[in-house]
Design a protein around this ligand. Structure first.
Ligand code: GLC
Length: 650
């Protein structure tokens, strides 16, 4: 890392002075002078930080300047190939760069095949998404990938080809356009830590091609793998021990952090950076508006470290982000860092990832449901919710992955729990191994040596709907539905983009058949990734059914957020409710203030009215959620698992 700023500024300016005319000359014939001027001005603006990152990563190489020119050539070529409608979107977004922080944004996520069969089927389902108010649609990877095991598409064999069962790249681009015309932004993964072992580069590497072997991290014997493994935790413990897989054909140990067929790319090689840049901009040019950066924590490796969250990983993302701002400025990054909360925060910034999953909130909502105690949640959100200006969380209760207990040990200790014991308790609770649990979940990647593990399960099953239905217990069922709505209520109202895993809005339950299908057996995450049940979705209009109760309850909260200006780009402050079972936060924007209260216990709770007044409320308030006026002179009562959205009258 070079920290001499003046030196960097001078050399960045000089490099651009040399490079820009060369690039201009190279593409002269295809350049429109007016468009070029706006492109060149973005290039001038974003080149200094780009140069600083690339110099830090690759500046010590004799051929640095060659690669730098390659980066600019690739960016320019891809910008020239960018469709006119997307260039218009680029211009539009420049006038509203923080578009993704609007309370108009409602996210949903799904597997195309499981939700709608294929891309064509998905187009037919746009009315369903529109009815729900979805404006941000994350499709799980649908690229060409190995038959059979492909980690749900996260083993990509080509970034430019779609799995033929789902359609073609042309269809995907058309879908992106159609979604946009319905006000929905398409979100796709950029799976950039690894490719599948069937990617063209991996195939060439396997055939002995040295150039492509250098795209990955390979070792002739166990010496280096052993040395790395000494300080690295395992990620997919059930799949293979350690992080390496032996390839007998080339007699090499290949770095495979996740599954044996997912080969980690070697970003120490600038060629890899440049090639992946091309793939990223190709996706941007298909009409993707948000790129979810998969597995960001793992992209750089260094001996003697845990090989996660290294400074170079940030530099790579920042460099990609600068290029995006030059060649496809309408697109923003969202980081997928499911790591310690302090590390999650480090990926978030306008210069890196303006959007990020909020895995801590997700985990702590489940933690609070299990313990009926919101103190860890409250402590963690107090110091961990605020983000830099212009950045936003993507808040969720469930996604396609497992629930990992990615919260900070210190926060757990503050409340007096032992972190190791607490995680064990949560695992037992959510995998149905504790007698007083309402949850039906399954363990994921459990390590019998340490007893550590994560949890799989659909939202409704984890919240108690499945058990209550099995036991035909109406009262429990009512509480379970309230729990589903309570945690969704928090993610919808707390600030940021709420992300619904499609199926959760109709209280879809666990799918136990995943273990019968050889392609999904053994990976319990498939339990909460069932085929979308369209018959169940029909019940959404019938308020006497469970799907109907959940759907209509969710719609109510979503509409409340969409229609109330307090939720538009307002601040969030975590409140002190004075009751360990009630979580509270304040949303304020301009003149208006809303105080959201969430009771995480099955008992009615009381709040001192003076606490509410401390938070700016008055004696008489309106609960926007229930649609009624409340007067709290001494105390406020809040029902089991009730969500209240209080505002002042008048
Ligand atoms: C991310 C994905 C997960 C996948 C892993 C490897 O964490 O969300 O599903 O297994 O990356 O690509």
């Amino acid at each position: 890392m070079v920290d001499d700023r003046t030196w960097l500024e001078e050399h960045s300016a000089e490099s651009l002075r040399r490079l820009l005319p060369r690039i201009e000359a190279r593409y002269r014939d295809s350049i429109d002078p007016v468009e070029w001027e706006s492109y060149a001005s973005r290039l001038r603006r974003h080149f200094p930080p780009l140069f600083a990152c690339l110099y830090g990563l690759y500046g010590a190489r004799y051929d640095f300047f060659y690669h730098l020119e390659g980066v600019l050539a690739c960016a320019t070529e891809m910008w020239l190939a960018r469709p006119a409608e997307l260039k218009a979107l680029d211009a539009l977004r420049e006038s509203d760069p923080l578009w993704y922080t609007s309370n108009r944004l409602v996210g949903a996520t799904c597997y195309v095949d499981r939700f709608a069969g294929d891309i064509k089927g998905l187009r037919d389902r746009i009315p369903y998404l529109a009815e729900l108010g979805v404006t941000y649609l994350h499709l799980m990877p649908l690229f060409k990938s190995p038959k059979g095991d492909d980690d749900g598409g996260y083993a990509v064999s080509s970034y430019r080809e779609i799995d033929p069962l789902m359609g073609t790249m042309e269809q995907l681009a058309e879908l992106a356009t159609e979604l946009r015309h319905h006000g929905i932004s398409l979100v796709l993964d950029f799976v950039f830590n690894h490719t599948s072992d069937e990617h063209e580069w991996a195939k060439r590497a396997l055939a002995g091609d040295k150039e492509h072997q250098a795209y990955y991290r390979m070792f002739p014997d166990r010496q280096m793998p052993d040395a790395y493994e000494r300080t690295m935790p395992e990620v997919f413990t059930e799949d293979h021990p350690g992080a390496f897989t032996y390839q007998p054909r080339i007699k090499r140990w290949v770095w495979t952090t996740f599954h044996t067929y997912q080969w980690d790319l070697n970003y120490e090689n600038p060629e890899v950076f440049n090639r992946m840049l091309g793939e990223m901009l190709f996706l941007a040019n298909q009409g993707v508006e948000v790129l979810r950066l998969d597995a960001v924590a793992f992209i750089w490796k260094k001996l003697g470290t845990n090989c996660q969250n290294l400074p170079e990983a940030h530099q790579i993302i920042q460099a990609f982000n600068s290029i995006l701002s030059i060649a496809a400025p309408a697109v923003v990054f969202k980081s997928e860092a499911i790591v310690h909360p302090d590390e999650v925060q480090k990926y978030i910034g306008l210069h890196e990832c303006p959007l990020s999953y909020n895995p801590q909130l997700m985990a702590l909502l489940w933690e609070a449901l299990a313990t009926r105690d919101v103190r860890v949640l409250q402590t963690a959100m107090r110091h961990g919710f605020a983000l830099p200006d212009g950045c936003a969380w993507v808040n969720y209760v469930r996604c396609h992955d497992d629930i990992g207990w990615a919260f900070s040990d210190d926060d757990v200790r503050t409340v007096g729990f032992d972190p190791v014991e607490h995680r064990r308790f949560l695992n037992r609770f959510y995998t149905g191994r504790s007698p007083d649990s309402f949850a039906r979940g399954a363990p994921f990647q459990e390590d019998p040596r340490t007893g550590e593990g994560r949890v799989s399960g659909a939202c409704a099953s984890l919240a108690g709907v499945e058990m209550a239905l099995a036991e035909e217990d109406e009262a429990e069922l009512d509480l379970a539905v309230r729990k589903v709505l309570l945690i969704h209520g928090v993610v919808i109202l707390i600030g940021g983009i709420p992300l619904i895993y499609l199926g959760d809005e109709i209280a879809t339950l666990n799918d136990y058949d995943y273990d019968l299908d050889p392609e999904t057996a053994g990976d319990s995450r498939w339990m909460h990734r069932p085929t979308f049940d369209w018959e169940r979705a029909e019940l959404r209009r019938d308020g006497s059914t469970v799907p109907g109760r959940v759907y209509q309850g969710l719609m109510r909260i979503l509409q409340l957020r969409g229609q109330n200006l307090t939720f538009a780009r307002s601040e969030t402050e975590i409140g002190e409710t004075g009751n360990p079972h009630v979580f509270g936060f304040l949303r304020s924007g301009g003149e208006s203030v809303v105080f959201v209260l969430a009771n995480f216990s099955e008992r009615t709770q009381k709040l001192e009215a003076r606490r509410l007044r401390q938070m700016g409320m008055r004696k008489t308030m309106v609960d926007l959620h229930a649609g009624r006026v409340i007067t709290a002179t001494q105390e406020l009562e809040i029902e089991p698992y009730q969500l209240m959205v209080l505002t002042r009258v008048g």
